[in-house]
Design a protein around this ligand. Structure first.
Ligand code: ZN
Length: 240
């Protein structure tokens, strides 16, 4: 099974979580929220072949960490995976809107090709897609919209642009989330936990339970077993 958006560095102890996940046959695309964390995490998890670490600068941290963009640039060329990046125009982070746009646009410009990018788009669905469109990012990279919660019109646009979507258990439980999932072709969907933010997932066993329930929910919704399709798409996005 694949968890395509997980914050292992916010789970203590990270190494045990990753080791148990590997034993449970779960491969993880690990998000980072700052470039400094990326550097530390790639070193700490170098021996875990089931974990790929993505280089990120979370939009909610842009106001305090935007100076780390220089560190981002140092690793951008060598990192195949980018995330978590994006825009968050919810009330709490709206004041950093301008800086978020500058940072995200800079990051997207550096993703010229062959990257897999996990993107946050809370209350900024249109603006995120405008930037991806402007730099034709989806033509040369795999863009995954993580926990998409935007409008159905922008969802259609994202599907047309070739975006992928990582889906978590919480989305399946909400009316808006199910409306969104119903419209996405199954071959554009992968699983995510967004642990530890969703339902307090802090153990690999809990992660396995959540991913399994999400997979089962998707099978029900899409009228057929989806495991093979989800695994296949995840492998493409991870390049394995
Ligand atoms: Zn996240």
């Amino acid at each position: 099974m694949f968890d395509m958006h997980c914050h292992v560095d916010l789970i203590d102890p990270m190494n045990r979580f990753c080791a148990t996940a590997a034993m449970l046959n779960i491969s993880i695309l690990a998000m980072t929220t700052t470039p400094k964390a990326y550097y530390a995490e790639t070193r700490m998890l170098a021996n875990y072949s089931s974990v790929n670490v993505a280089l990120g600068l979370h939009p909610q941290l842009v106001s305090e960490r935007k100076q780390e963009l220089a560190i981002f640039d140092r690793y951008a060329a060598s990192s195949r995976f980018i995330g978590e990046v994006g825009l968050d125009f919810s009330k709490r982070f709206y004041s950093s809107k301008e800086d978020q746009i500058i940072v995200f646009e800079h990051i997207i410009q550096s993703c010229a090709r062959a990257k897999t990018i996990s993107i946050h788009s809370a209350f900024a669905d249109k603006q995120v897609l405008d930037i991806l469109d402007k730099y034709k990012t989806t033509e040369h990279n795999n863009c995954i919209l993580h926990w998409y919660s935007g409008s159905l019109a922008q969802l259609e646009r994202a599907i047309e642009m070739g975006c992928y979507f990582s889906i978590n258990e919480q989305m399946l439980k909400s009316i808006n989330g199910t409306k969104i999932i119903e419209r996405i072709p199954i071959e554009r969907i992968v699983l995510e936990s967004d642990a530890p933010f969703v339902a307090g997932i802090n153990k690999a066993e809990l992660l396995q339970g959540s991913l399994t329930r999400t997979q089962d929910g998707l099978s029900k919704m899409k009228d057929g077993a989806v495991k093979n399709i989800l695994d296949y798409t995840s492998r493409i996005l991870l390049g394995i």
